[in-house]
Design a protein around this ligand. Sequence first.
Ligand code: CS2
Length: 498
Amino acid sequence: MKTLGLRNLEASGLLPRWRQSAGHGIVHLGLGAFHRAHQAPATQDALQAQPGDWLITAVSLRSTALAHGLGAQDGLYTLVERDDDQSRTRLLAAIGSTLAERSQPGATLLRIAAAETRIVSLTVTEKAYGFAPVGGVDPENPEIRADLARPDRPVGVIGLLVAGLAARRAAGLAPFTVLCCDNLSENGLRLRTAVMDFADRIDPALAGWIGDSVAFPSTMVDRITPIPGPALAAEVARLTGLLDACAVETEAFSQWVIEDCFPQGRPAWEAAPGVIFVRDAAPFEKMKLGMLNGSHSLIAWAGQVAGIDSVGAAMTRPEVVRLLRGHMARVAAGLGPLAGIDTAAYADSLLRRFANRAIHHRTAQIAMDGTQKLGPRVFEPAVAALAGGRDLASFAWIAAAWMRHCLGVADDGAAYDLNDPRRGEIAAATARARAAAPAEDHTALATALERQLSALPGLVPAELAASADWRNRLRDALAGMLAEGMDESLRKAALRFG
Ligand code: CS2
């Protein structure tokens, strides 16, 4: 069987026509499955509707295998879109080239500084930015510290963006637009603040230029995309007759809400299904982060403890569905009116998507990086509920499930890895809590865990930390999880606030 690549497709007529003539215009940082399932197909639809120089250079900043594998296939790969019993395969050709920064140090900087690059987009995950909890950059973050010391040889994301912008300014080139596609509220604004803070620490005039001339549109991105499963490559080979080491599987649904602020131009993304351009993406981000991602995290943390392997498996339990419904309604109550959106219908569509039988979305995948996800998904909507005088119960329950999850052992005694950039601090906090509470005293352990984990610097917003109601609800929920197990806690929570 032949391998997917330009040479083996030439005679087939399958390669889109624009692929031969288009130049590159986008550098994308973060070559994970999500980019290949979301922004790349939208860019393909845009190029199909309106050809232009918008091919993507996809960059892996850390790993090298995927960039090399996809590079060997000329950036081509198969996307399998699945909806319960139906699946559709698409040949994706919007990635024109790949770079692995680790094997070609400095290549990414050259590429983002090049005149042809007009957009730098990012899906690097929450933890990769080195944001400080209060905004701006965290000077203690190892990559931020290294890049502040050697701004001309950046290793981190913010350092790279600033060095790229500095090079363009020095060369008299217009800046690129920075397009953050990670799950953070007001992601563009957050990134702008951090880039300007970093620039200000090395060259205040550069920071001024960035503030005056660089656009950072915020976006809401949505497409449920599991890490590709072990059977995918064989399935794709059967369906397409070609070997593809970089295939991706995802759901049929896709949504991308983008602030329309691209001074150097952009692809005609509005041609892609699910893309809308708006003036302010923040309300959409809040809705999606609270209702979708917050529910996902609930399923993931509680699920790992209860031995539930996937979102689909969790959705076969009526108590989980009921609990999610109740929680989503609580998040929705804190959102302002959104033109064209009915939050009850949105909640229904989320429950349908979570139950998609064709997607095996593992709870372990979603459970990772809890310290980075709690803020936008759980704490921010909880702060809104507190400010509005509404019930905090389901938010505190999710925070309790995260704390229970931090113990690293499921109810059946099976241990799992705690995959979090702050895992060392978490382990130290849980060890202190265990030492402080007598064995088998669940109430004392819950109290100690809540105290220790809430004290992780910058984690819990001050409003929640100061709320006795929040802390009591969290401790009660956690004590219940420890005493009776997660299955029973799920059932009780569904009855109480489902
Ligand atoms: C998930 C998200 O892994 C996770 O934390 O909640 O990746 C989720 O699948 C996407 O945001 C859906 O758009």
